[in-house]
Design a protein around this ligand. Structure first.
Ligand code: GLC
Length: 456
């Protein structure tokens, strides 16, 4: 008898629900019985966001509601002048209930315990996206309107919008501050953080009641961020030619090569990689720097939030279509392309064995990315691609016990250090299937209208 994959994924996902004093408040990242839990028995904010639609659609909205309340309670709310406490507005990467002095309390990690002590910049944005999806699906208008939530949203804006050293509309962050939470050369202005920032600002604007200083600031930032990312991150043949033949070291307000990108920075693989009709947003762009690597989640989130223009999103899908084997293959989807090898790998990752060439964050393939790929393909008229990716997932994911990621450049296999029964692999699969059955569900995390850009 054929296995009902959705029923199986849901059965496992429901078992991952974490309770505190009988109240469900989140989901464990993974339930692999054969690997030490490390921190995979915790509820990660970013992982939960990808599981939220499955919970909302299958009658477990109370888990999402409680998660939103608990995470808000964990948001740091005091202005701190020392560096050993989370800054005001920050939300944790992950949390779990523990027993302390005969009481159940929540133990949260703001990066002070995580491997390499990385900062979870993205948590606040995932929380906002989860809150928006919860509201859209349940039509519960009370939760986000209550004072604690309104205050929490304003704190996020204050944390992310206040003036800092540089005068860019983008967020400047340390290495490993989001889903890629290890050293990977993704410090500075990584695309995924900018896409989440943009989507987070749009969500905050929707969820805030009444006007105010911070809402005004969010509305002002959106058009500038759109201008900056659409212009300076976008890569297609024309842009690569412009970089290869452009002038450098230009000074003053009206220069063409604003970021001073040198022609030599274009890697050999980039030139033959794009067709006349394809394009994507670079992994990072900052002073003197474009990271030409392709990062899936940042690109897909840019399409979902309409940070990318309609044309850019369509060209992104053409790119996927033309480079299917490299970017998707039989184990969707590649997190980053290409993986760094040799000296580049040693220098960029510091010789990180988990991020060895074509594994984990460095070119591995992650089923959780179906969460964004399926809605983007459906939203931009390529249901054929959504179906194809889900079909590939159906062939492998359950047989491989819902792994966290695959490794390998061409042949993909489950990595030895990949967890099985990984919650967001199951949650993403369930949401992708739900979108195929009812394409209106893409609106849970997508924005249909664009943001007009304004020069910085
Ligand atoms: C790894 C991933 C991170 C994820 C966590 C839990 O640390 O890099 O993105 O949130 O596992 O699944």
């Amino acid at each position: 008898m054929p296995v009902n994959l959705e029923a199986e994924a849901w059965r496992h996902l429901e078992r991952a629900v974490i309770e505190m004093d009988g109240r469900p408040i989140g989901v464990k990242a993974a339930q692999d019985p054969d690997t030490p839990a490390l921190n995979y028995d915790q509820c990660f904010v970013r992982d939960f966001a990808l599981c939220a639609p499955a919970l909302l659609l299958r009658g477990r909205a109370e888990v999402v509601r409680n998660f939103l309340i608990e995470t808000l309670r964990l948001q740091s709310s005091k202005r701190r002048l020392d560096c050993f406490q989370p800054g005001k507005g920050l939300m944790p990467a992950s949390f779990r209930p523990i027993e302390r002095d005969g009481e159940t309390v929540i133990d949260a990690d703001y990066g002070e315990e995580s491997i390499a002590r990385v900062t979870p910049v993205d948590s606040v944005f995932w929380w906002l996206l989860t809150l928006r999806a919860y509201r859209r699906l349940t039509e519960d208008d009370e939760l986000h309107r209550n004072d604690d939530f309104q205050q929490g949203i304003r704190r996020i804006l204050e944390l992310t919008l206040q003036a800092r050293f540089e005068m860019f509309p983008t967020l400047l962050v340390p290495d490993g501050s989001f889903m890629i939470d290890r050293r990977m050369g993704v410090y500075g202005h990584p695309l995924e953080v900018q896409s989440l920032f943009f989507a987070g600002l749009r969500a905050a604007d929707e969820l805030l009641v009444g006007d105010g200083e911070w809402r005004e600031a969010a509305r002002k930032r959106l058009p500038h961020l759109a201008y900056h990312v659409r212009r300076y991150y976008w890569l297609d043949r024309e842009r690569l030619d412009a970089v290869a033949n452009g002038g450098v070291d230009q000074y003053g307000p009206d220069v063409v090569n604003v970021l001073n990108i040198y022609p030599d920075s274009v890697p050999d693989w980039a030139s033959g990689w794009l067709s006349d009709n394809s394009g994507y947003l670079a992994g990072n762009a900052g002073p003197g720097r474009i990271d030409y690597r392709f990062f899936a989640q940042g690109n897909l989130l840019a399409a979902m939030s309409a940070l990318a223009t309609q044309e850019q999103s369509q060209r992104l899908l053409t790119f996927y279509d033309e480079r299917w084997d490299a970017l998707i293959g039989d184990a969707p989807l590649r997190l980053c392309y290409p993986g760094y090898e040799g000296d580049a790998w040693r220098i960029v990752t510091g010789g990180d064995q988990k991020n060895r060439p074509w594994s984990y964050h460095n070119g591995g393939s992650w089923p959780c990315l179906l969460w964004s790929f399926a809605p983007v393909a459906l939203r931009f008229g390529r249901s054929d691609l959504a179906e194809r990716a889900v079909k590939a997932a159906e062939t492998r994911l359950a047989a491989d016990e819902w792994p966290e990621y695959y490794e390998g450049e061409r042949e993909r296999k489950v990595s030895e250090s990949a967890r099985r029964l990984q919650s967001w692999s199951m949650g993403a699969f369930l949401y992708a299937k739900a979108c195929l059955a009812d394409p209106e569900l893409v609106d849970l995390f997508c924005w249909p209208d664009t943001v007009e850009e304004r020069a910085c």
